[in-house]
Design a protein around this ligand. Sequence first.
Ligand code: PEP
Ligand code: MG
Length: 316
Amino acid sequence: QRAAEEAERGKPAVTRDGHRVEIAANVNRADQVAFALAQGGEGVGLMRTEFLFLERGDSPSEDEQVAAYRAMAEALGERPLIVRALDIGGDKQVPHLDLPREENPFLGVRGARLLLRRPDLLEPQLRALYRAAKDGGDLSIMFPMITSAHELIDLRRRCEAIRAEFEAPQVPIGIMIEVPAAAIQAASLAAHADFFSIGTNDLTQYTLAIDRQNPELAGDADSLHPAVLRMIAMTVEGAKAHGRWVGVCGGIAGDPFGAALLVGLGVNELSMTPRDIPAVKARLRASDRSELVELAARALAAEGAADVHALDGGAA
Ligand code: PEP
Ligand code: MG
């Protein structure tokens, strides 16, 4: 099995009936790109930029950020790079930013909510991203924790102002779908977003009302719960209404059975930890899309996560 997986790495994830799925890697640093490509990654679907802030005691300057984004783009050549704007708050606290303490940080000022309140964080990052985009590569910007269209409209306006200032090329602007409100209103968000990437880690936490870090409930925080799958199905439907593509960059994208289900639900791109890529590719290449669509329909109709897991090993 291991040898078979290795042989599959360099090949695209095309199902037996000819349906192609993009396979990308979740990578935060340029020096990890070579490994991701060797595992069969076709680009970076999620660069979590908060790590530029978390790994040190202060914030990186605009120039330091430009260097980090350029290095990623250079390591990738013409392959896609999706850089996620700072997602701070919730489980990602940055001590040196001295943000106000919150009773319930997961429901507080995190992700896009923080970016909109803190131009001193947002603007240097956007300037750095557009400066890096001027040097070529296939860069996209993605905003985390979007709940309503007005947030995205506001962020797009700020992007455009900075892009114009630098006479930089336009780059695709996408959003994470990780709040149930965003999944439910996917069609209206898709009118303003160039693409979606579903953050199933947070989407699961917010759909099931389970703290993603609570060890007592870890077994219940299951992204294959039919309620989460319905959120994903809604997101795909909303995106398709506007001809947008949909990725998944949460942990479930790196699980072979999860990936099979996601493709059956109509997801176009999967971004995962590099070491998970070979097994996911092998699973998809051994599947028929038509079977995955049936599998997804059965999963959506299931009563609970355990019933969904019981479908593994079946037709797909
Ligand atoms: C997610 O929520 O699924 C996600 C990919 O973002 P993060 O894990 O960084 O919150
Ligand atoms: Mg998230």
